[in-house]
Write a protein that binds this ligand. Structure first.
Ligand SMILES: *[C@@H]1O[C@H](CO)[C@@H](O)[C@H](O)[C@H]1NC(C)=O
Ligand SMILES: *[C@@H]1O[C@H](CO)[C@@H](O)[C@H](O)[C@H]1NC(C)=O
Length: 186
């Protein structure tokens, strides 16, 4: 059976804040569906599982303008990290702390934010269509101007919470943020 490695490799450089993804290994390490766990590798597999970001402190790291499609950042500490203009389709932030992180104009389609803290995160212009948001996702103080939530399943209370501050129009598609959240017309 074809197995997929569900981890991402992290290469430590000089300081903890300048950790970088190893671009040579990364293409091998995609996580389909963005929700897979990042446990150890399966023996007999050709690809060797490298270090996982689980529990790794990547606070303030600059990941902007990169392709992280399907990558798992689960259970990582990513406070104030910069993911602006990133492709994060189907990426997993399961149980990650992305409070204060910047996701400006990021492609977050299908991304998993179950148990994630998005406190004060900046989602301006991001596409969260089909993202996995649950009751365990926290959004206090989140900035969601110009975001696109088309076809994102949200619990009623989460939707209500987001509608309190939602505004703007996505510059790419002209999608009205409030309409994409199915907010009541005020
Ligand atoms: C994302 O995941 C969905 C559901 O597993 C899949 O249908 C889709 O092809 C994936 N998209 C990308 C861009 O990887
Ligand atoms: C967001 O994703 C949806 C689904 O793929 C797409 O229809 C929409 O055009 C995208 N919006 C933006 C702003 O790219």
């Amino acid at each position: 059976m074809l197995t997929t490695v569900t981890a991402i490799a992290i290469v430590a450089t000089t300081t903890t804040n300048s950790l970088a993804l190893d671009t040579d290994v990364r293409p091998l390490l995609k996580v389909p569906g963005g929700s897979a766990s990042t446990s150890a590798g399966i023996s007999g597999q050709r690809t060797v599982v490298k270090t996982v970001t689980r529990g790794v402190n990547l606070e303030g790291a600059d990941f902007s303008d990169q392709d992280f499609e399907g990558i798992s950042f689960q259970q990582s500490i990513l406070r104030q990290a910069d993911f602006s203009n990133c492709n994060l389709r189907n990426a997993s932030f399961f149980d990650a702390d992305v409070s204060g992180a910047k996701f400006t104009n990021a492609d977050l389609r299908g991304a998993n934010f179950e148990l994630a803290s998005l406190r004060k995160a900046d989602l301006t212009g991001a596409n969260l269509s089909g993202a996995y948001i649950s009751s365990t996702t926290t959004f206090d103080g989140v900035i969601l101007d110009d975001t696109d939530w088309t076809d994102t399943l949200l619990r009623k209370d989460t939707q209500k919470f987001l509608c309190r501050t939602a505004k703007g129009t996505n510059p790419v598609t002209g999608v009205d943020t409030r309409e994409s959240l199915l907010c009541p017309i005020d």
